[in-house]
Design a protein around this ligand. Structure first.
Ligand SMILES: Nc1ncnc2c1ncn2[C@@H]1O[C@H](COP(=O)(O)OP(=O)(O)O)[C@@H](O)[C@H]1O
Ligand SMILES: [Mg+2]
Length: 374
């Protein structure tokens, strides 16, 4: 061996030594990293175990039934689900059985189910994610029963109120009519007196007929037959009805219509009657020399009619029940005017609003959809 080769060998083994050194360092670093990662994995696994046990205790204590499916096969379920479906087992195929009567009429996903010989209402809600799905079953029997019970008692309360109102409205004209008819059968009565009582009897019976007609109008929900009509024609007809009364009582009736060419699809008579009912109320609170104003405008696809008066405004105790049938503050009132008006406007998918104006007096606003413009 030459001296040169010797020194070459020494250099090579030195390089190798250095390379091993580096490798050792790198593997130590890797080992350290691996240890850190393992630590993290251990911690995460521990956390996962805790989270899992929390989740399962949560699912176990949940009153709703939870079933986990994979491709329609039951993977897991909680005790509540087993309570609802006793035959439930892991790895079985399960779908909502035909014996669960769908209660579609109420809401889809609600079923009438026999559970332990008792009828229960279950609400099923499914969340799908790929092949997996989670079915949540909730016993909503008590919610539904209390909803039905509340609706029933609301209906009974409304019926009671309505009956009391009807009885109140009928009593006076009926008892007056009875009085006149008993006078008529009095043999000692002169012919002219009989004529007078017969006339009065007829008036009372006509009042009763009008009242019955108004009640029917109130319960009639939908417009019978609608026509496309210019708004101004409807407004003119309503205004003409009250113009005479305004003239008689020296009340100024201001009409400003900004609805030239605007057309609505309505049952004319019921809209005219609604406007007249509001205008009649305005007349009742207006003194001679004061004025009533009616405006119309076309705003955002809707027709807006406002009726303002200079009366005392709506009494605070009337505000809440204003549109309810038989709600009246007048001795001779029936309290049907505004309730009929509202049911007419509602049935045309409109709105009727009321407010007391800052300067005094009431403002009624009617909003109606207008479909076309001439
Ligand atoms: N323009 C108004 N100003 C003040 N109060 C009003 C006005 N319009 C209606 N009201 C109140 O609303 C009540 C109900 O009106 P309505 O339904 O037409 O029945 P009625 O006219 O038979 O009383 C009235 O008795 C009155 O108290
Ligand atoms: Mg009225």
């Amino acid at each position: 061996m030459t001296k040169e080769t010797d020194s070459q060998n020494t250099a090579a083994s030195q390089e190798l030594g250095e390379a091993f050194g580096l490798f050792l360092e790198a593997s130590k670093a890797l080992e350290a990293q691996q240890a850190v990662l393992q630590g993290q994995i251990d911690r995460l696994s521990q956390e996962l175990i805790v989270a899992n046990s929390r989740l399962s205790s949560l699912l176990n204590s949940l009153p709703s039934g939870i079933i986990l499916f994979e491709n329609h096969i039951v993977i897991d379920f909680n005790p509540a689900a087993l309570g609802m479906i006793p035959e439930l087992q892991k790895d079985m195929e399960w779908t909502i059985p035909p014996s669960w009567k769908s209660m579609n009429s109420i809401r889809s996903g609600e079923y009438l189910v026999m559970m332990g010989g008792e009828e229960r209402i279950l609400q099923a809600h499914e969340v799908k994610s790929g092949l997996r799905s989670v079915l949540q079953l909730q016993d909503i029997t008590s919610t539904i029963t209390s909803r039905i019970e509340k609706e029933r008692s609301d209906r009974l309360a409304a019926m009671g109120k309505m009956t009391a109102g009807i009885a109140h409205q009928l009593r006076t004209p009926l008892s007056t009519a009875l009085l006149y008819s008993s006078h008529l059968s009095d043999a000692s009565l002169e012919e002219s007196q009989k004529q007078l009582f017969a006339q009065r009897l007829k008036t009372q019976l006509m009042n009763l007929e009008k009242l019955a007609g108004n009640m029917l109008m109130f319960i009639r929900q939908r417009p019978q037959k609608t026509n496309s009509l210019p708004v101004n024609q409807i407004l003119d007809e309503a205004c003409q009805t009250v113009q005479v009364l305004c003239d008689e009582r020296h009340i100024q009736f201001i009409q400003s219509f900004n609805t030239e060419g605007v057309v609505v699809n309505v049952e004319k008579q019921s809209i005219v009657a609604a406007l007249v009912a509001i205008l009649e109320n305005a007349l009742q609170v207006t003194q001679s020399g004061q004025c009533i104003e009616i405006h119309s405008a076309h705003k955002g696809g809707r027709l807006e009619i406002t009726i303002d008066d200079q009366g005392p405004g709506i009494a605070p105790d009337m505000m809440e029940t204003l549109f309810e049938p038989f709600s009246t503050s007048r001795i001779t009132g029936t309290g049907l005017g505004l309730s009929i008006a509202r049911s007419a406007i509602d049935s045309h998918r409109g709105e009727i609003l009321v407010s007391n104006r800052e300067g005094g007096g009431a403002r009624f606003t009617i909003l109606l959809p207008c479909l076309t413009e001439l």
